[in-house]
Design a protein around this ligand. Structure first.
Ligand code: IMP
Length: 179
């Protein structure tokens, strides 16, 4: 199938997932989360910066009480993982005794997520699950399976709807593959 591609600031971007597709995935995920956590309160831990738009849209559709916190974990430079994971902003709300849902933009190798989950698990949450907008299944280096996944794909470097390439393209309303 022919895809819409355009050159933007030095890279060719080809449309992968439209704003409509993204919003229907977000609605589906929010509905599943609302059902599963009915009668419970939830701590959403949003992984900065890529998950900002996803988390903002998701949180507004979840029907149970939520509080939100943010972590920043970095392992990428350009389109390649550096393999070195660093926390540049930690959680401020105590995780112990709470139902915790980590909100990610993409699970790729799984290294970032498994690092974060191990840290959070050690703090004694009541439950610990993961919701990711995109599950890039074909790239896993460690065995992590998101509890809630929107779009499942195999490969390709994606930008838009929060996802960046060296801090560019986050604001695009749809998701594009960088050629
Ligand atoms: P992982 O540790 O390899 O699973 O990488 C997870 C993080 O890498 C994500 O939260 C993203 O911030 C970033 N990342 C992975 N793949 C992409 C991509 O295709 N576009 C933009 N960022 C990505």
């Amino acid at each position: 199938m022919e895809r819409f591609c355009e050159k933007q600031r030095g890279y060719t971007l080809c449309l992968s997932y439209s704003a409509e597709r993204i919003s229907s995935e977000v609605e589906r995920l929010a509905s599943a989360i609302s059902t599963d956590y009915e009668g419970k309160a939830l701590l959403l831990i949003v992984v900065l910066k890529g998950a900002i738009f996803f988390a903002a849209d998701l949180a507004r559709l979840i029907r149970c009480p939520i509080v939100m916190d943010f972590v920043k974990i970095s392992s990428y430079e350009g389109t390649k993982s550096t393999g070195t994971i660093t926390i540049t902003k930690d959680c401020e709300i105590a995780v112990a005794g709470r139902h915790v849902l980590v909100v990610e933009d993409i699970v790729d190798t799984g290294l970032t997520l498994s690092f974060l989950l191990a840290r959070l698990h050690a703090e004694g949450p009541l439950s610990l699950k993961v919701c990711t907008l995109i599950d890039k299944k074909g790239h896993r280096k460690v065995d992590v399976i998101p509890d809630y996944a929107g779009i499942v794909c195999e490969d390709g470097f994606l930008v838009g709807y929060g996802l960046d390439l060296d801090e560019q393209y986050r604001q695009l309303p749809a998701i594009y593959e960088v050629q």
